[in-house]
Design a protein around this ligand. Structure first.
Ligand code: GSH
Length: 207
């Protein structure tokens, strides 16, 4: 047993956490969630009552959920990896701002797009189609906002941060985002990193 256990699901947001762990180079165990029912077991709900992956269990005690929060915690634990720029710098503030923007806007829109029935009390085919349509519009708008901030090829210029990996992950869920030149260039550069491409393949991204 290692110091970290990642609960992960193919195609899910646990990809960016696995990429971060691989970038850090720390050993970790992996527990695969194969279907949503496994998230509803008492054992899993004790880890994350929200019944969602990713979850990162640290042998030292903490159980972490919420993708952006896990990445910030890993950056605090392993600052030498530079998942994010150093504390107190304007570059870090910008990277964290966009990381939170994506986690708070684009990720939830992707969930509305793929699981519209979960976002309406009494669904109908028409209502769910409307939710999907609006979610796609929201993602188009928010990726366009993000793209204007990208210096190229990465958000902050020549140096990749975990915010770029997060953006690439979300873009894999929303094909129109990859038509934006800034995002297309970012995704291809992000995938040149072997740690990221390993996690990407493991999670079945790019299929
Ligand atoms: N805000 C959460 C969202 C996590 C989330 O919604 N994860 C999805 C997979 S991408 C999930 O576990 N859904 C439950 C399910 O598939 O039943 C985060 O950033 O970690």
């Amino acid at each position: 047993m290692t110091g970290y256990t990642l609960y992960w699901k193919a195609g899910s947001g646990s990809m960016v956490v696995e990429a971060a762990l691989r970038m850090i180079g720390v050993a970790f165990d992996r527990v695969e969630i194969r279907h949503s029912g496994e998230l509803q077991t008492p054992k899993f709900l004790a880890l994350n009552p929200a019944a969602k992956v990713p979850v990162l269990v640290c042998a030292s005690g903490p159980v972490l959920a919420e993708s952006a929060a896990i990445l910030l915690a890993l950056d605090d634990l392993f600052p030498e990896t530079r998942l994010l720029p150093p504390h107190g710098t304007p570059a870090r503030a910008a990277a964290v701002q966009w990381l939170i923007f994506m986690a708070g806007n684009i990720y939830p829109a992707a969930l509305r797009y793929y699981y519209p029935a979960r976002h309406i009390a009494r669904g109908s085919g028409e209502a769910e189609a409307a939710i999907r349509q609006q979610a796609a519009i929201d993602m188009d708008r928010d990726f366009a906002r993000f793209a204007t901030a990208v210096r190229g090829p990465f958000l902050l210029g020549p140096t990749m941060t975990i915010a770029d990996v997060y953006a690439a992950m979300l873009a894999d869920w929303h094909e129109p985002a990859r038509e934006l030149p800034e995002i297309a260039a970012m995704v291809s550069h992000v995938l040149e990193n072997p740690a990221v491409s390993g996690a990407w393949r493991n999670h079945g991204f790019g299929a």
